[in-house]
Design a protein around this ligand. Sequence first.
Ligand code: PLP
Length: 448
Amino acid sequence: TEAELAAGRRAYELDREHVFHSWSAQKQIKPMTVIRAEGSHVWDGEGRKLLDFSSQLVNTNIGHQHPKVVAAIQEQAGKLCTIAPQYVNDARSEAARLVSELTPGNLDTVFFTNGGADAIEHAVRMARLHTGRYKVLSAYRSYHGGTALAVNVTGDPRRIPNDYGTAGTVHFHAPFLYRSQFHATTEQEECRRALDHLESIIQLEGPSAFAAVVLESIPGTAGIMVPPPGYLAGVRELTRRYGIMFIADEVMAGFGRSGKWFAVEHGGDVVPDLLTFAKGVNSGYVPLGGVAISDEIAATFADTAYPGGLTYSGHPLACAAAVATIGAMREEGMVENAARLGDAVFGPGLAEIAARHQSVGEVRGTGAFWAIELVKNRQTREPLAPYGGSSPEMNTLIAACKDRGLLPFANFNRLHVVPPLNVTGEEARTGLDIIDDVLGIADTFVTG
Ligand code: PLP
């Protein structure tokens, strides 16, 4: 409506005067206004309808304004908006029970946080106190959050301007066959060599020095590199051998994104010691994250106080939203839908797109979690934007997607296909058709 559009214009003016944006040079951005969102669609400041293939920051796994979750938040708000974490609360108890039930193995206790970064902070703190060790291993090409420790264990370029000394963090290369650090030519080789590399770092840094390995079960923002068969089990075996806690970061990959409730499940019966989650736990309708804790680590804090906490740990509105989200995901078979879309639409559709376009170096993914790696040259694999940066070419493609009614998720030289898990087959195909069309432009940037 005209009133919505006018409100959007006013919001834009106020935003540019008063809102400080994440990760941005404040004067160089022209943020898009969203005046409305519903299901898999958002409406921009001009009233244009866009298919949301980003799920925002890969968090609206159930889409926007799911009626069951909106109703649950409203009901909880009418009953009790907030209560301090030391009191028992029914929404929090039930959310913890559900997370314990869904996570693998003996991860039976949950510490709730406000989001993903603080989940990582607390998981590392728990691992350090449990082991009495300090150093932490994490992968290059990873993202674990924007707070001090979380950005320090992060392995993408956002760490670099925040690096005041590594504070015990040691980075390693996780498997990524397309840009192999190990000169591997098969997944099996990549897996074996990546595990040998990790073990040699453990040996060289001091086998009894490490409290934890922090690892995204499937690295998300860094490029959706689905680990080769055997890698997660190999990390589990190594960490056990050296007494290191395995922290699986499922903030992006978890809650159905990969076509299973948690992406570690793709690695067989791998059970980490700590599992961090956020985003999809309640689709971000109210900020929530947390750490699912193994019985062994929980026992460390049975008779010794855990030195950490948050005013909003287990916030009732957030937890009620989580209970309703998990309920809706189960009732509507959303995780199964993500798996089916991956197998029947995204997998084959993106393979066809890769075959048709010289600009596509590789497509990879699972479920509703896919990356398109764009290159200037298929032989040299030169990326269409430098690692850590953007390029005029990528900006052209992002704008072309929006012009055609698609809101993409882009990072460096990649477009990610990460829609809500309950996107319809028809919407999924529409999105792929737009990408197919836009990659016609990308092909004109190919030089070799
Ligand atoms: N871990 C992973 C894998 C993520 O993708 C993110 C956010 O994108 C985070 C942690 C940080 O979560 P938050 O932004 O909620 O602090």
